[in-house]
Design a protein around this ligand. Structure first.
Ligand SMILES: Cc1cc2nc3c(=O)[nH]c(=O)nc-3n(C[C@H](O)[C@H](O)[C@H](O)COP(=O)(O)O)c2cc1C
Length: 195
């Protein structure tokens, strides 16, 4: 059951030396590939990093989060800003009509970095995390890193923004799920949100 898997999940930052097989990495990527996206644009690339030296450099770029060095592999979720001038801005203007002018005039590079397409990579990322967990592989999301430095490390072309990194590996110790808010705290029906 999916819920059983979700109840097991927690961020894993200590990894064993056991290597994840190529078949399992392919399975994880396949789970990401099947993710939905607005307009089915799938404007993403998934960069798999296996080389130890590159993983070390990513750890530095991620503000020296040393634990990343011990991951078996990383997947960098990259957003491709394709429809920036048309699709992207039009959607955001429709969603926030009161900011139409600001969205219209925001400098292209900054807009590209902030626009909603970036957040869509969280969907394939979530698929991947769960597909990995099905095989007993732990992971942790990383968004605390210098985006432009990672972009040059990986030699990404214009319009390719590394949105998230996920570090994967077999857990070194037992996974202990983190406490989550109770249902009552987060759910409301219809227009009955209690303040
Ligand atoms: C989008 C996102 C970015 C995150 N970035 C980092 C990060 O840079 N470094 C880190 O150690 N953990 C990071 N985390 C992990 C969170 O700290 C963790 O998910 C949260 O504390 C809840 O714990 P759990 O994953 O065990 O449920 C990130 C999580 C998410 C979802």
């Amino acid at each position: 059951m999916l819920l059983d898997l979700l109840k097991k999940r927690c961020s894993v930052r200590k990894f064993s030396d056991k290597e994840v097989s190529r078949e399992i990495i392919d399975y994880i990527i396949e789970a990401g590939r099947l993710a939905p996206s607005g307009g089915n644009e799938q404007s993403w690339k998934f960069g798999v990093i296996k080389e130890r030296d590159l993983i070390k450099q990513v750890s530095k770029i991620a503000y020296n989060q040393k634990w990343i060095e011990n991951a078996d592999f990383l997947i960098v979720l990259i957003t491709i800003i394709v429809a920036d001038e048309k699709g992207g801005r039009d959607i955001q203007k429709a969603r926030f009509p009161e900011y139409e002018m600001e969205i219209e005039t925001m400098e292209k590079d900054l807009y590209g970095k902030l626009n909603q397409e970036e957040h869509q990579t969280k969907i394939p990322g979530t698929h991947m995390v769960l597909a990995a967990l099905e095989h007993g592989i732990g992971s942790t999301w990383v968004s605390y890193f210098k985006v432009d430095e990672l972009k040059s490390l990986l030699g990404l072309p214009e319009g390719h923004i590394p949105s998230e990194i996920i570090a994967f590996g077999y857990p070194k110790a037992e996974m202990k799920p983190t406490k989550k808010k109770d249902i009552d705290e987060i759910v409301f029906y219809n227009n009955n949100l209690k303040k």
